[in-house]
Design a protein around this ligand. Sequence first.
Ligand code: NAD
Length: 475
Amino acid sequence: MTTQYKNLINGEMIAANAWLDVLNPANEEVMGQVPDASEAELNQAVAAARAAFPKWSKTPIEERRAVIQKISAAIKENADELFRLLTTEQGKPHEQAKGEIYGAAAMSAAQSTLSLDDEINEDSETRLSRTRRVPVGVVGGIVPWNFPVMMAVQKIAPALLAGCTIVLKPSPFTPVTTLRIAELIKDIVPAGVVNIITGDDSLGPLITAHPDIDKITFTGSTATGKKIMEGASKDLKRITLELGGNDASIVLPDANVEKVAEQLFWSSFSNAGQICVAAKRIYIHEDIYDELSAAIAEYAKNVKVGDGAQQGTGVGPIQNKKQYDRVIELVQDAKDNGYKFLVGGDHDPDVPGYYMPITIMDNPPEDARIVAEEQFGPVMPLMKFSSEDEVIARANASEYGLAGAVWTANPDKGVEIAEQLETGTVWVNEYLHLSPFAPFGGHKQSGFGAEYGQEGLSEFTYPQVITVKKDNVPA
Ligand code: NAD
């Protein structure tokens, strides 16, 4: 029998009138069912979050911190069950699923150590002015399918620390592990403080439009982000948007080919390329292009594509049919235009599961769709460049501005180039590293606001300035 997972509303696990099937992308079989919540359940969840807000917002921050740490501990203690479940619904190999589960536990525990201290603006003989941070209220969290647990927890933790309550909506493609976590934290979190509800894509706009939600924190595509911004404008909800990216990696001629080949590979192919900050365009200096592209292609041949639950799999299936079809379309476009493939390119439509072979393209033109668009799949274009100015201009010629990387034997040169890239994060000689203490957010159409760090936490608050005129006390 198919396992059914319920929603967390006001401290209770609750079903809805209908169920949604969740598929295992490795074999397209139903791996679980979740409630297909309607507006009625959303209203219950929002009402619960609203009712819980006055008490939770006044709960001392140390107690709120302790609750987040208990959530983190519950995830860690159940990691073995959770990472297997995550692979079954999301597709990523077990080792990467483990990384997400332990990462979510570690990131939330670290986020819980942040503070919201008052800031003194003026403390003179005549006036004391300070800024305090007050929680915005009820938060609506909307999460994508590529890192469902990490994204859920990275919204819940700062919301709770700031004193907000939250109604969180996972992606309909990957809601199961999050609902299992809901069950695990049900008795840890006071009723109504965290509510998790699942439904199809019609639920998101209802959250954005809900008059009793004060802020939306969203991770997903730029196209949906724009709709959220529009919806939230009706009552000027606060918004944080973490959106798409088309990150460029720049490999300078002094880079150590042997060392960087493997790292460049995984910067693109971890999670089957379905990472907002994956390297989606790799620019290699012409002096080492042939050698490095051959080394990456050679490395790729030894990585196994398959069911993430099987030992030895390095790249799992694409998470869902819609994304699978999109990646196939981009590869087909490359074929139609006669672009060269170093590795891969041909998927087998008769095999169940959304498998795309590791595909590496040899120097397609800058206006190729596979270069200009966010592919979000296991397909990586390698491109040649000859001068720094040229490659910086090419890297920046994008509506996106999420992250990027520079690979070089000279870190100072790496930083010099990093400072010229129009993105929210730039790595020099590493990739995909996010710190719970540093703001993470996109420039241009990759986002609005930031998550993580003090800046991310502040987005769940309003500043309130209180000034006291010291020499004007009425008698
Ligand atoms: P998506 O935008 O299709 O969906 C994200 C979430 O929004 C889902 O929960 C979905 O149900 C919901 N949704 C859909 N339509 C909605 C609407 N009109 N109003 C409100 N909510 C709505 O994104 P996806 O396909 O799940 O995720 C892939 C995208 O997410 C990629 O573009 C990727 O780069 C981006 N992403 C960004 C980050 C980041 O931190 N910047 C992280 C992960 C993924």
